[in-house]
Ligand binder design. Structure first.
Ligand code: 5GP
Length: 255
């Protein structure tokens, strides 16, 4: 077996060189981190679930004409993606107050916002991904004004799609984080949704009980993260009722 070239390793994912130029393999790890990796654990099976949930969401986004970097799922933990130049922003879309918005503005968690709000954070671990404005983004050249317009238009489309998707299975989409990339093809460049969309990057509450079905179960020591992610996958029809979650790691790829 050939050794694969590791292009990048993040907190929850590894990117390997892909089979063809312009492609990468995105590998979902079982590592869970929070508060800029100050809190860490390994949750067997999380990577498998996120890979499946992310595949489902990105495939549907591609199908409705929202461009993403996703090409296809390769195996339990990996997907083939297009190589993009990541825009150094975390784009947060909020429908309901929670997390840092609640802390910053003193809003009770669960308060419906008057309209969806988009926030930008500068992707920089050393600075804890600080909140920035469009002025910062254009002044420092992180994205051009037209790119910010494209990012906001796509973020709103993703929010509309995800809100409806989750509402249909009894889940309230509180907020989520997106990343975007520049895809270069035939002398053209366009903005596409990149990274991942999964319960690691969304807040998802059960509509009836407000039970958290997302990474806040880990951040807030609530336990039951794997069960919550499995529930999200089952409701989306990704896993059948009786399909066991692959918690055993099985054969380990030698790298
Ligand atoms: P908050 O700013 O309230 O902590 O997060 C808002 C939303 O963005 C939440 O759904 C949270 O999961 C997501 N989010 C914010 N920062 C990150 C991050 O660095 N990684 C991931 N996976 N999600 C994030």
């Amino acid at each position: 077996m050939n050794r694969r070239r590791r292009v990048y390793e993040g907190k929850a994912k590894i990117l390997y060189e892909g089979p063809e130029p312009g492609t990468l393999v995105q590998h979902f790890k079982d590592d869970a981190t929070a508060f800029n990796a100050k809190k860490k654990d390994v949750i067997d099976g999380k990577g498998v679930l996120n890979n499946r949930i992310c595949e489902f969401i990105f495939e549907n986004l591609n199908a409705i004409g929202v461009p993403t970097h996703f090409v296809r799922r390769l195996n339990m933990r990996e997907q083939l993606i297009r190589e993009v130049e990541i825009v150094p922003l975390e784009v947060i879309v909020r429908n309901v107050a929670a997390g840092t918005l609640s802390e910053r503005l003193g809003l009770d968690e669960g308060t419906q916002l008057p309209r969806s709000i988009i926030e930008f954070c500068y992707k920089n671990d050393e600075l804890n991904d600080p909140l920035v404005s469009e002025e910062h983004i254009t002044a420092f050249g992180w994205a051009a004004p037209q790119e910010i317009d494209d990012i906001m238009a796509l973020a709103i489309r993703v929010n509309d799609f995800l809100s409806g998707l989750f509402l249909g299975v009894g889940i309230r989409l509180i907020d989520f984080k997106l990343e975007f990339g520049r895809l270069y093809e035939n002398e053209m460049v366009r903005i596409v949704v990149a990274d991942e969309i999964s319960p690691d990057s969304c807040r998802l509450w059960d509509i009836g009980s407000d039970e958290k079905l997302d990474k806040d179960r880990f951040r807030r020591d609530l336990g039951g993260l794997l069960e919550a992610y499995t529930e999200v996958a089952r409701r989306l029809g990704i896993m059948s009722e009786n399909e066991p979650v692959a918690t055993a790691r099985g054969p380990v790829l030698v790298q």
